[in-house]
Ligand binder design. Structure first.
Ligand code: SME
Length: 152
């Protein structure tokens, strides 16, 4: 397999291609979730929560059915939304208030989607492997979130 840097560069350019010229946010989130899902090894959930009136509401995703509404400040996604900081969690069971949608999830990364100072939602990726997401993954996923924030 290619190294992670190459994989994320290829993923970013595939994502740019997929969303290019398409203004529909749902279509772009759906294709982004599918692309990330089929590209990243060892993930069991990839998807979006949207900021609807100050609450996170489930958006397009791949994986098992998930919790529909998450208040800001609750769980990994809610903390990412409230703080607007990436949450890279090596052991979700040690994260206070973590919401277990799939008992198989062991680690998680959540990246806020911000455009022009507005929080649009978050991109959430879960893994059944502990400490699945490295700093290199964080750099790669943040880049994907920057591309996406322009297309939502
Ligand atoms: N684990 C998340 C909830 C969303 S699911 O993982 C899809 C959290 O604690 O915010």
């Amino acid at each position: 397999m290619a190294d992670a840097g190459t994989m994320y560069r290829d993923l970013a350019s595939a994502l740019e291609g997929l969303i290019s010229g398409e203004p529909d946010a749902v279509a772009n989130m759906a294709n982004a979730a599918a692309l990330i899902w089929e590209t990243l090894p060892d993930v069991n959930w990839v998807g979006f929560y949207r900021n609807i009136g100050g609450e996170l509401v489930l958006g397009p995703f791949q994986g098992r059915p998930a919790c529909i509404r998450i208040p800001f400040g609750t769980g990994v996604c809610g903390v990412a939304a409230q703080s607007r900081q990436v949450q890279r969690v090596e052991d979700v069971n040690a994260f206070p208030g973590h919401i277990a949608c799939d008992a198989l999830s062991a680690s998680e990364i959540v990246v806020p989607l911000v455009r022009d100072g507005e929080l649009l939602g978050v991109l959430d990726i879960d893994s059944p492997k502990a400490a699945r997401f490295s700093e290199e993954d964080e750099t790669g996923v943040v880049k994907l979130a920057e591309i996406l924030a322009k297309a939502l």
